[in-house]
Design a protein around this ligand. Structure first.
Ligand code: NAP
Length: 289
């Protein structure tokens, strides 16, 4: 029987790791007889392989893995968001061996610690969070099959209100396309380089602006999915404030709790009638961007 296929980026630890495990558990609990192959991807081969083994060990007692006659198969693929060739390579494998993809969860991301802000911080943050996520969408969205899902992990700190009203208008235009969005992100980089980001309406926060970009690109891909009539659900979400290496140990949610909304958006049938495409979600609910 042809397997369904899911892929999670940045899944060797933190929320991505929890998404892979919870996706496996929740998919297996549903009545579907179709098997699911989940690709755990990570930029570091060893860390990725180790995490795959760890999840397999954790799931052994649940009897849901293919080796235990269950429906779930876990596999590792190397993918670095800042290395476009590694994204293309993954796309080729999915196309050649699986004829496509059903669930894509863009989770990988970085955040500098402390209040550092300069041209280098902005470029590095955008390279992974914005351009990396965009490249994964560019190469893998075309492989998503009808009735598939695309979930981008953004953040509640990337709300429009952090921008000037002029920039808010630009980012929320219904006719904003990818080139227009790249133009806005390049303007942010240039305004920082030329030391006039504040007067141009940007906050002193590279991570937050990168996530504004992730939510904006999600809306563009949602409009594309609707116009192509492919019946693909495309949404952005915030996992909440989660205790991972990115934050602090006393953050309010566990990685499993952080995985709840992305897994809900990937699997749940309720999502379909609940809303239009391209929304921003937190705690399984649509909120304003
Ligand atoms: N934690 C929170 O409170 C929170 C809140 C809102 C949004 N988020 C978002 O949730 C997502 C997951 O964050 P987290 O808290 O789980 O952070 P984390 O524990 O630091 O995990 C981040 C993951 O992304 C991977 N990654 C970083 N750069 C990459 C690249 N160039 N290519 C491929 N993978 C890369 C990391 O791999 P390495 O191990 O190799 O570095 C790691 O697997 C991020 O997008 C983050 O912005 C988190």
């Amino acid at each position: 029987m042809l397997s369904k296929v899911a892929l999670v980026t940045g899944a060797n630890k933190g929320i991505g790791y929890a998404i892979v495990r919870n996706l496996a558990l929740q998919y297996a609990q549903r009545i579907s007889t179709v098997p699911l192959t989940i690709f755990l991807t990570a930029r570091n081969q060893n860390l990725g392989q180790e995490s795959l083994k760890k999840i397999e060990q954790e799931l052994k007692s649940r009897q849901i893995l293919k080796d235990d006659s269950g429906k779930i198969e876990l596999k590792f693929l190397r993918m670095d968001l800042t290395d476009e060739q590694s994204i293309k390579d993954v796309g080729e494998i999915l196309e050649r061996d699986y004829n496509g993809l059903d669930i894509l969860i863009n989770n990988a991301g970085i955040a500098f610690r402390g209040n550092v802000f300069d041209t280098n911080v902005v470029r590095t943050t955008l390279a992974t969070n914005f351009y990396g996520t965009l490249n994964v969408c560019n190469h893998l969205y075309p492989l998503i099959r009808p009735n598939g899902r695309l979930v981008n992990i953004s953040s509640g700190v990337g709300k429009l209100k952090i921008l000037s009203s002029e920039l808010q208008k630009e980012f929320s235009r219904d006719d904003l396309d990818i080139n227009g969005l790249i133009g806005l992100m390049k303007k942010f980089e240039k305004d920082v380089e030329e030391n006039r980001w504040k007067e141009e309406g940007w906050p002193t926060q590279s991570y937050a602006v990168s996530k504004v970009g992730v939510t904006a690109l999600t809306k563009i891909f949602a409009r594309r999915a609707d116009s192509e009539g492919k019946n693909i659900l495309v949404h952005a979400c915030c996992p909440g404030w989660v205790a991972t290496d990115m934050t602090v140990p006393n953050a309010s949610r566990t990685p499993d709790q952080g995985a709840e909304t992305p897994v809900y958006l990937s699997l749940d049938e309720e999502v379909v009638p609940k809303t239009k495409n391209g929304e921003f979600w937190i705690y399984n609910k649509v909120v304003s961007w």
